[in-house]
Design a protein around this ligand. Structure first.
Ligand code: FAD
Length: 539
């Protein structure tokens, strides 16, 4: 329970990719008091910080909310696992470390969709402010910001072959993929410093924790927002190991940064959502906002797997005690080698359908292969080319399962619902196969294991995607920003029709960016802090 002297100006709910940024940036002003509530624990586990540790984190599930979709009608009725980070740093503590801003047009489309003030030109200063880029300087990149960004300097044999094969097929090699249009191939840029993952918990929050005006509480699960006379005054929460519910109050505002699943869920539990749905669950309606939980978007991916000649793949390293010991020692001493990179080493953005005006599909080279339908590495050398659509038209929806805060929500991603999305995935599979069959990649390949070489018809490729496709972990859009009646937050991230309540995380995106989305999330959080500080200064 907060006593009056304890009440901060801002309560930030969720210490993930966005929440750590909002809390740290707000607390730069010593006159502003901030409390950050995070449901998960501190990010002390060593495997969070070793870049390749994601594989271990995945296997243990220790820091995972373990969400899943309902059976997906267009994916052979399979329920798709949706991991989300449940630890300080959030999904950014368990993610693949890929740093791609997306295409400039992504943000121009946001502005056209009603997110006034979020065009590429508008968001560029925030992208620059957050970065400490160690590559070629330019007007579009930032240096000296909290977040290190560097490009993989030494590619594995397979990744180098992937890049060369893409070039052989006519795709240009980027000098810096984050400085403009994304079409082309590139070694990946990542958030790593001295061989360690740098999440926003490390880049932003850690240095800020010395400040007396910032309080960080872990193990605290917000359940709903307390709203009095149309104004958010705090949240009701449960603390790990404690009995009942606690009230945490805020003098000025509550900022939801609980992510694309939990932020709409907390809103709905607070009576903010589709009035009819809420009433059916017996939840009193505070604000009828039918957009909450709708407009759900995600990137679907499927994998092309190859058995290869020996090429220093992770499969070979894991299968040999000698190689594993050498790799671990090499990492311990020099902080480099295969443990110092995330899963993706190189990526290609390409058009795949006739008449397309910009890149429609992303391909990721992965220096290991997995046994079908599992996260098990078979002992023979292997690599994968993952492919997915940049901007799907299919839209999903997220609803409460019950009025009980501990229940997981009902998620329908509706992957491949739009026929155009099926078309792009089929053509992307086809281009992935062409890359795998082009020289020099083809010289590494011993066998196309999945899908097996043979039937390349539309039907066979679509069937393969339906049976094996999965998320690449980019759910967003469930509290869409805009100015129309269906929007949940306005372009300054204020929840429509209420005072003292904002959402700042992946859920406010009107449209999923073309690439991996964490940089866009961090940019949103930077801007949220900017709006809040400006409003505090002028209040
Ligand atoms: C396995 C995986 C791999 C990924 N790989 C990449 C990648 O390589 N590159 C990339 O750009 N993106 C990647 N992503 C996506 C990216 O990490 C996410 O989009 C981004 O981290 C989302 O940020 P967020 O702040 O919206 O949510 P999150 O980072 O998920 O933060 C939400 C936080 O809120 C907390 N929380 C939730 N509910 C409550 C509650 N009731 N009370 C208090 N706290 C709560 C959570 O524990 C969490 O810490 C990946 C994601 C995953 C899961």
């Amino acid at each position: 329970m907060s006593d009056a002297s304890d009440i901060p100006d801002y309560l930030v709910v969720g210490g993930g990719s966005a929440g750590c940024v909002v809390a740290a940036r707000l607390s730069e002003d010593p006159s502003i008091r901030v409390t950050l509530l995070e449901a998960g624990p501190e990010d002390r586990d060593i495997w969070i910080h070793v870049p390749a540790g994601y594989a271990r984190l995945f296997a243990s599930g220790r820091y995972d909310w373990k969400f899943a979709t309902e059976p997906e009608p267009e994916l052979a009725d399979r329920a798709i696992a949706w991991p989300r980070g449940r630890v300080l740093g959030g999904s950014g503590s368990v993610n693949g470390l890929v740093y791609l801003r997306g295409s400039p047009q992504d943000y121009d489309r946001w502005a056209q969709a009603g997110a006034r003030g979020w065009s590429y030109e508008d968001v560029l200063p925030a992208f620059r402010r957050m970065e400490d880029w160690d590559g070629p300087a330019g007007d579009t990149r930032g240096v000296g910001g909290p977040l290190p960004v560097g490009q993989v300097s030494r590619l594995s044999q397979g990744a180098a072959a992937f890049v060369a094969s893409c070039q052989a097929l006519g795709f240009p090699l980027h000098r810096d993929i984050n400085d403009g249009p994304i079409e082309g191939v590139t070694p990946i840029q990542m958030n790593i410093r001295r061989g360690r993952r740098v999440s926003t918990a490390r880049a932003y929050l850690r240095p800020a924790r010395r400040r007396p005006n910032l309080r960080v509480l872990t193990g605290v699960r917000a359940q709903r927002v307390l709203i009095e006379d149309g104004r958010a005054v705090g949240v009701l929460a449960r603390r790990d190991g404690a009995g009942g519910e606690e009230r945490f109050l805020a003098r000025r505002e509550v900022v939801l940064c609980a992510g694309a699943v939990a932020s709409p869920k907390i809103l709905m539990l607070s009576g903010v959502g589709d009035g009819e749905d809420l009433s059916a669950l017996g939840i009193p309606v505070t604000a009828h906002l039918p957009g909450v939980g709708r407009n759900l978007q995600d990137h679907l991916i499927a994998r092309l797997s190859f058995r290869t000649k020996p090429a220093g793949t992770l499969n070979e390293i894991m299968a040999s005690r000698f190689q594993l010991t050498r790799t671990v020692l090499g990492y311990a001493v020099r902080r480099n080698g295969p443990l110092a990179v995330g899963a993706t080493e190189a990526t290609l953005f390409a058009r795949v359908t006739p008449g397309a005006e910009e890149a429609e599909a992303q391909f990721q080279f992965i220096n290991f292969s997995l046994s079908a339908g599992s996260y098990v590495l078979p002992p023979h050398p292997g690599v994968m080319i993952n492919f997915g659509q940049c901007r799907p038209d299919s839209r999903g929806v997220l609803r409460l399962r019950s009025p009980e805060p501990e229940d997981k929500p009902v998620i329908h991603a509706n992957y491949l619902e739009a026929p155009g999305d099926q078309r792009v995935m089929v053509e992307a599979a086809r281009l992935g196969r062409r890359i795998g069959r082009a020289s020099p990649f083809a010289e590494l390949v011993q066998e196309e294991t999945a899908p097996p070489r043979g039937d390349d018809s539309d039907e066979a490729l679509l069937e393969y995607v339906r049976r094996t496709g999965s998320t690449v972990y980019h759910p967003c859009g469930t509290c869409r920003m805009g100015t129309d009646a269906g929007a949940v937050v306005d372009p300054e991230l204020r929840v429509a029709g209420l005072r003292g309540l904002r959402v700042a995380d992946a859920s406010v995106m009107p449209l999923v960016p073309s690439s991996n989305i964490q940089p866009a999330v961090i940019m949103i959080a930077e801007r949220a802090a900017e709006f809040l500080r400006r409003d505090a200064a002028t209040a």
